[in-house]
Design a protein around this ligand. Structure first.
Ligand code: FUC
Length: 815
């Protein structure tokens, strides 16, 4: 008996470990085939099946071919354009006139559109004199491709390719005759490289050629030492073929056995056992104001640092680095036989099973659909959750650019919306999972971007409006453009306020006072300064309003839309809170902020019983609109949380949420997940996830806006976290943590470990039959508050780190 027990335990351990490892893999029995027709509407068909790896600074897509293989790679600072301030000269002189026209166009009974002559005049003047110069911002660019040819690898058996989220390695494996070939690809943050390892199971059987190419017309190859170099320059097609950033990539191959030759066109390997290729890449961009970097010197430096490191050393370092972040959170939402299928088949099953029926929202149910496609595959939801975390680790690491609309994975010279940073939902959504899912470090590139925007946004505040502080409108790019772009919907001055929310959130989760003092508070204070100057009195009501402004991508130019007011109220509150934490600094300034805050337009409920989107009661212009702007205060903001006693307001919030219905773009489903979770309705939250999976996910699990857009991936991850755990700052007495606030019926049994809560807590939970069975809430900082599960609750001890256990009821504390 004694002998059996340990081995039984081992079996149990290994089978759970195997199930877990399997749950963290995207695997396929076919390569991403670029000759297949684009099934889901992507421009490059193979792309929707290729697998991403990333180190924040570098990204690559692995296609997993046999006789030919493509690895497409990017470097985060390769963009069109050059350092540039976007403010249109003389914009400021037209502000008063635009304001006057917008105020005049805002009749109470009139649903202002450009049919209204005043509105049209305001919009025309804005477009002619106040929009940024040029009107659009610049685009993130692809860098190059490694194109492999493996002669004789046409007829293969035992083919499998996979991406293991737990190691961040993409593997392709297949057999030709009696030889098995394997390729592993990963992007290493510690070693600043993309690494490709090719092996054959029998010695001397590995032969291939590799070409290094680029989609950029102005590029050429050279041999530099033992490496092949690709050197090029981005040419911006807009407005007239302007030369932009210079870049370089280098590939060095080290083979065991056989013969390896490097020429300027590529690398050829004959009769080897194995080969390791390292890829490094750099641009001339030092920062948004300085492009004096030397891409060649940078590549040389990266390659030198890699000298003497064998494959195992590189692999071990990359895996350890990834796992340090990734392994902090585990999740199990249940498994089913679907877990044994290739991922594209699993997605197809959800797609075919269709979406939940019902007539919610503007999207009619698909024909023949039945309820709950994802119900049959709960592990796919868990995988999708972890995939968002994987993508954040891959696209946003300290020192890199923040994750853009496509993370760091783009192959197009003219990507949708320039693959830049849209700030009226998209870039913020990218960062929703950062703190919640224990990836706080991955938030850093966003903060570094805010450091830059304080500089570029201060110029815009001054030149465009004559205001102090800094402002950001609804987009930015590598050059930190901050002026209003594109069209009248670019005239939305609260992008910076929304970014400040992330500064305060980081402090709420980490308690990092140095961060608060040195970076968050100064940025928030200067953002407040902008609004103190920019807000003006509404002549009819005496409320203070933003003008001209927009409710993101809906309706006319107007004054004081609800979302602006919520964002500014939150910014003022955070800045006041930060000043208090820092010893009541700037008390006169803070008094002014508090006084101004009281005069902002309050949240209002309209005649239709719904929360108003605009200052005036204009009702619903587009019932199912993708943007959930006036519900910002529900998620990611928290303004409604502190007003729970206001039943009319809550009814208005809920009613608007219902009226907006299902999403449309991937990210709009993803936003509805945490919104419904905050409304305490796990079923509707789950419904959005379910439909997102059925309609808006590619076979490589990339989210679709229309084209691929990463925000919906990151957002769904945050949404799932919000269904399982919520945390709020309570008005008077610390934090409130809610366990399983919106658990859907589809996940009756499960567990999660390592989620984070505001106030500095880490939470593990298991549940069964839809009920919490065990929980462990670890307080890392001893902050006060309360843990709640349904109607049960327990107060947190103050002043010391502790663990609260729940096992069929709260069990109190362990020091
Ligand atoms: C916002 C959205 C669009 C798209 C774009 C990148 O403007 O309204 O749907 O996601 O960003």
């Amino acid at each position: 008996m004694r002998r059996i027990l340990p081995s039984l335990a081992l079996v149990v351990f290994f089978s759970t470990a195997a199930a877990r490892a399997g749950d963290l893999k995207l695997w396929y029995d076919k390569p991403a085939d670029p000759t297949l027709p684009a099934k889901y509407g992507e421009k490059s068909p193979g792309w929707e099946q290729a697998l991403p790896v990333g180190s924040g600074r570098l990204g690559a897509m692995v296609f997993g071919g046999t006789s030919s293989e493509r690895i497409q790679f990017n470097v985060d600072t390769l963009w069109t354009g050059k350092p540039h301030g976007y403010v249109r000269q003389g914009a400021r002189e037209h502000l008063d006139e635009v304001r006057k026209l917008v105020f005049e166009s805002m009749q109470d009974t009139l649903d202002a559109t450009e049919k209204d002559p005043k509105q049209k005049a305001a919009a025309d003047l804005f477009r002619a004199k106040m929009i940024s110069d040029p009107v659009r911002q610049k685009a993130f660019q692809p860098c190059g491709d490694l194109l492999f040819t493996f002669p004789g690898h046409d007829n293969v058996t035992n083919y499998r390719r996979e991406l293991d989220l737990s190691t961040a390695i993409a593997t392709t494996i297949y057999t030709v005759g009696d030889t098995t070939y394997m390729r592993e690809v990963f992007a290493s943050y510690p070693d600043n490289a993309i690494v490709v390892r090719v092996t054959s199971s029998l010695p001397g059987r590995l032969s291939f050629t590799m070409k290094l190419t680029s989609p950029h017309a102005e590029s050429s190859n050279a041999v530099v030492g033992e490496a092949i170099a690709l050197r090029g320059r981005v040419i911006d097609p807009v407005p007239q073929r302007q030369p932009g950033s210079r870049f370089e990539a280098r590939v060095r191959a080290t083979s065991t056995g056989g013969e390896t030759r490097v020429t300027k066109d590529g690398i050829s390997v004959k009769g080897a056992n194995a080969c390791t290729l390292v890829v490094v890449a750099a641009t001339d961009v030092v920062n948004f104001q300085d492009v004096s970097g030397d891409p060649s010197a940078r590549c040389e430096q990266y390659l030198q640092a890699l000298s003497g490191k064998d494959y195992k050393t590189l692999r071990d370092a990359a895996v350890a680095d990834h796992q340090k972040l990734f392994n902090r959170v585990s999740i199990d939402l249940g498994t089913s036989e679907a877990s044994n299928l290739p991922i594209n088949q699993r997605i197809d099953r959800v797609r075919k099973a269709g979406n939940p029926g019902g007539a919610m929202g503007k999207n009619p149910p698909l024909p023949g659909e039945i309820k709950g496609g994802l119900d049959a595959d709960p592990a796919l939801a868990a995988l999708f959750f972890q995939y968002g975390r994987y993508m954040l680790i891959g696209s946003s690491r300290p020192g890199s650019q923040p994750a853009n609309l496509q993370g760091v994975w783009n192959e197009l010279l003219n990507p949708p919306w320039e693959s830049k940073y849209t700030t009226n939902i998209n870039v913020e959504m990218n960062y929703w999972p950062a703190e919640l899912t224990n990836l706080s470090e991955c938030h850093e590139p966003l903060f570094a971007m805010i450091d830059d925007l304080r500089i570029s946004g201060a110029r815009t505040a001054k030149e465009q409006y004559g205001c102090r502080g800094w402002v950001l409108h609804h987009n930015t790019d590598l050059w930190r453009g901050t002026a209003p772009i594109n069209n009248i919907d670019g005239m939305w001055p609260t992008g910076g306020a929304w970014l400040c929310h992330h500064l305060w959130e980081h402090y709420q989760f980490t308690g990092d006072k140095e961060f608060l003092a040195k970076r968050a508070y100064p940025a928030m204070k200067e953002a407040c300064e902008f609004f103190l100057d920019f807000l003006v009195k509404d002549p009819k009501t005496d409320w203070l309003v933003t003008i001209p402004s927009h409710s993101p991508e809906q309706g006319p130019l107007n004054a004081g839309p609800a979302m602006d007011m919520q964002l500014i109220r939150a910014l003022f509150e955070y800045t006041t809170g930060a000043s208090h934490v820092l010893g009541d600094v700037d008390s006169d300034f803070i008094a002014k902020v508090a006084e101004t805050r009281k005069q902002l337009v309050p949240d209002q409920v309209g005649q239709d019983g719904m929360l108003q989107e605009w200052k005036q009661d204009w009702g619903q212009k587009d019932k199912g609109h993708r943007h959930m702007s006036p519900l910002w205060g529900l998620y990611p903001g928290s303004e409604f949380y502190s007003q729970m006693s206001d039943q009319k307001l809550w009814a208005g919030v809920r009613s608007l949420l219902e009226s907006r219905g299902d999403g449309s773009t991937g990210w709009s489903y993803a936003w509805r997940i945490p919104l419904w979770a905050r409304a305490g309705d796990g079923e509707f939250a789950y419904r959005q996830l379910n439909i997102q999976m059925a309609r808006r996910v590619l076979p490589n699990l990339f989210d679709l806006c229309g084209p691929y857009q990463a925000d919906g991936n990151y957002g769904a991850t945050a949404g799932i976290a919000e269904m399982l755990l919520q945390s709020h700052v309570r008005v008077r007495d610390g934090y409130e943590i809610e366990l399983l606030p919106a658990l859907p019926k589809a996940w009756p049994k499960g567990s999660v470990t390592g989620l984070c809560a505001r106030g500095g807590f880490e939470v593990d939970m298991s549940w069964d039959n839809g009920k919490l069975t065990r929980a462990s809430v670890r307080s890392l900082r001893g902050t006060p508050g309360r843990v709640r599960y349904g109607k049960e609750n327990i107060d947190l001890p103050v002043g010391f780190p502790a663990t609260i256990e729940y096992a069929d009821g709260f069990k109190g504390l362990a020091r």
